[in-house]
Design a protein around this ligand. Structure first.
Ligand SMILES: [Zn+2]
Length: 181
């Protein structure tokens, strides 16, 4: 059976829909505020999760309490919790541009209804690579709205300037400038 392919057009469309629902906020977009407005979403910082959740509950989210902090480490996790909806845990100590991308990525999983695609594996539920690719595409379009990318192009602003305006990594800004048609 061939692996399902990511639907990037849908992910981009849903990101634009979220921005429209928020009245097209000027960058930098705040995905934490958007998540707070979602119904059936509970948010926890990494510190709160370590203090309040059991080892088993953490493991069910895919978190090892011994996980060291570092830029290369995951900065967010989400899981479906009966009676709540989705629990999103994020590292408050991650770099702002990394934290913003992670939260936008988790919002993408929720908006694109990926929870229904979760598969059980050791230690909890896992999402297929196409879900992760769609969530990344959603996050990129949410944090780097087409209008912001187009404006940067029209003004001759470089990736560094676009990254600064939108609060994203230089790599994300470069990718958007190169790839958006
Ligand atoms: Zn993900």
């Amino acid at each position: 059976m061939s692996e399902r392919q990511p639907d990037y057009a849908r992910a981009a469309r849903m990101a634009a829909k979220c921005l429209a629902a928020c009245g097209w906020p000027a960058p930098p977009v705040d995905p934490l505020a958007m998540l707070r407005r979602c119904r059936h979403v509970a948010l926890m910082t990494w510190r709160q999760a370590l203090a309040e959740l059991s080892r088993e509950e953490l493991a069910a989210c895919g978190i090892s309490p011994d996980q060291a902090c570092g830029a290369d480490r995951l900065a967010g996790w989400s899981r479906t919790v009966p009676g709540i909806g989705t629990l999103v845990i994020y590292r408050e100590d991650a770099r702002p541009e990394q934290r913003r991308f992670t939260l936008a990525h988790e919002l993408g999983h929720i908006v694109l209804n990926h929870a229904a695609e979760g598969r059980s594996g050791p230690g909890g539920k896992y999402l297929s690579p196409w879900c992760e690719s769609e969530a990344n595409c959603f996050a990129a379009h949410l944090l780097l709205p087409d209008a912001a990318v187009a404006a940067a192009r029209a003004e001759g602003a470089d990736a560094r300037e676009l990254a600064r305006r939108c609060g994203v990594t230089l790599a994300a800004a470069r990718y958007a400038l190169a790839g958006r048609g």
